[in-house]
Design a protein around this ligand. Structure first.
Ligand SMILES: Cc1ncc(COP(=O)(O)O)c(C=O)c1O
Length: 405
């Protein structure tokens, strides 16, 4: 065996198994020993709600010509048929985007985050994120060694006064904030909704301080009360916002259909960046995705799965009320897939995780969502576990948390 370490690039050296990989490995080990682990971890889909029948019907009805197209190389930018459907879908949610030049199909939103990082970030560039924020966005950005600055997330999403203060500090240091990364609607991990006033103010701040925005919106469509507010991109007339969303939470994470909307110049750069990583997207899933839109299946699937998640959220909240320590605080999200729990400051939830896995339940420690060391939060997912597992998992976890506080 060669001395592997000596061959790695500086970037290569940074790739270590993250927390989700570690939890999955620990769960697999336990499963091998015949132990069941209840996963309240990743934002996976409710298994019985996956649209298997709809997908197989689309494929069964595909013509010979359709198959020839699906099985051939396609363009790096993604299939035109799908981009046209995405354009219509987004128009229904407050974003106008020309399918020819303003949309690129990606392998999930995660690829969109990587492309933006690749095309826009140099070492030392200042990127502003929420505290807390989506852990794999931090991972995508960190590949390019930016300076990550955090701004508080409160009940109304990113606190704009705190953002303004941070922008002032960055400028006082002689630096320039280049990119703001936002998950405005049912943010991961807090499930908070950025208020409309704050959305407007952020667009103004982008003009005043000359930064661009990456709006990441996988969860906004999973809305328990009312409608998703207009995305930040829909409020921005200055062409400073890029927007990414995905099939992963609304239709199927396994299909790996994501998309990125941006001004034309940015898209053409990202198409070239993407061609080095993958020449084109999967033709079969792009075809299926376009057909699901055309048949109205996407619009039917969203309220269907939202209803399931509303029930599961209620059930988890109910179980927490009876099982969690009185010192714990949590939100009551109006959409999305997660609950965000705060424990007293002395509690280190990363230390509790392995004991929890040994006791049959897994969660994601909150520290993974902060650029700074913060250890007293946990993120709980309610979309994936069955109703019985939600009740049992929360009972087990509640017992461990009571011991820890
Ligand atoms: C905020 C956020 N952005 C992006 C992603 C990536 O989603 P995908 O690559 O499955 O589309 C996720 C997944 O959980 C997420 O929570």
């Amino acid at each position: 065996m060669v001395d592997a370490d000596k061959f790695y690039s500086e970037l290569g050296k940074t790739f270590e198994p993250g927390i989700i990989t570690q939890v999955v490995l620990a769960a697999m080990d336990s499963a091998k020993q015949g132990k069941k682990i209840i996963g309240l971890t990743g934002g996976m889909y409710d298994p019985p709600s996956l649209p298997g029948e709809e997908v197989s019907r689309v494929l069964a009805e595909a013509s010979e010509e359709d198959w020839r197209e699906m099985l051939q190389y396609g363009g790096t930018v993604g299939s035109l048929e799908l981009r046209e459907e995405l354009s219509k879908f987004m128009a229904g949610h407050g974003i106008e985007a020309d399918p020819n030049g303003e949309i690129i199909v990606t392998t999930g939103s995660q690829q969109a985050l990587d492309l933006v990082a690749r095309v826009f970030l140099d070492p030392g560039d200042v990127v502003i994120v929420g505290a807390p924020t989506y852990l794999s966005a931090l991972g995508a950005f960190r590949q390019f060694n930016p300076e990550i600055r955090s701004v508080e997330i409160d009940e109304g999403g990113m606190n704009v006064e705190a953002l303004e203060a941070e922008l002032g500090r960055i400028e006082a240091e002689g630096k320039w904030a280049k990119l703001l990364y936002l998950v405005p609607s049912f943010q991961n991990p807090t499930s908070t909704m950025l208020t409309v006033e704050r959305r407007k103010r952020i667009v103004e701040l982008a003009e005043e301080h000359d930064f661009i925005i990456l709006e990441d919106n996988p969860y906004g469509y999973i809305c328990f009360e009312g409608e998703m507010p207009t995305p930040v991109m829909g409020l921005d007339e200055g062409g400073r916002t890029m927007y990414t969303s995905t099939f992963s939470k609304i239709v199927s994470p396994g299909m790996r259909i994501g998309w990125l909307v941006a001004p034309r110049e940015f898209i053409s750069k990202m198409v070239e960046a993407k061609s080095n990583v993958s020449i084109c997207n999967d033709g079969i899933t792009q075809y299926v995705a376009a057909q699901l839109f055309k048949r109205g299946e996407v619009e039917r699937q969203i309220p269907k799965v939202t209803e399931v998640y509303r029930r599961k959220r209620d059930l988890m909240l109910e179980a927490m009320k009876t099982s969690f320590p009185v010192e714990a605080e949590w939100n009551d999200p109006e959409g999305g897939l997660f609950l965000w729990v705060k424990l007293p400051e002395h509690v280190n939830t990363t230390e509790i995780l392995m004991e929890a896995v040994e006791n049959g339940v897994a969660f994601i420690p909150g520290s993974n969502f902060f650029a700074e060391p913060v250890h007293n939060y946990i993120r709980l997912n309610y979309s994936f576990p069955s109703e019985a597992d939600i009740v049992e998992g929360i009972q087990i976890l509640g017992g461990l948390l009571k011991k820890a506080v």
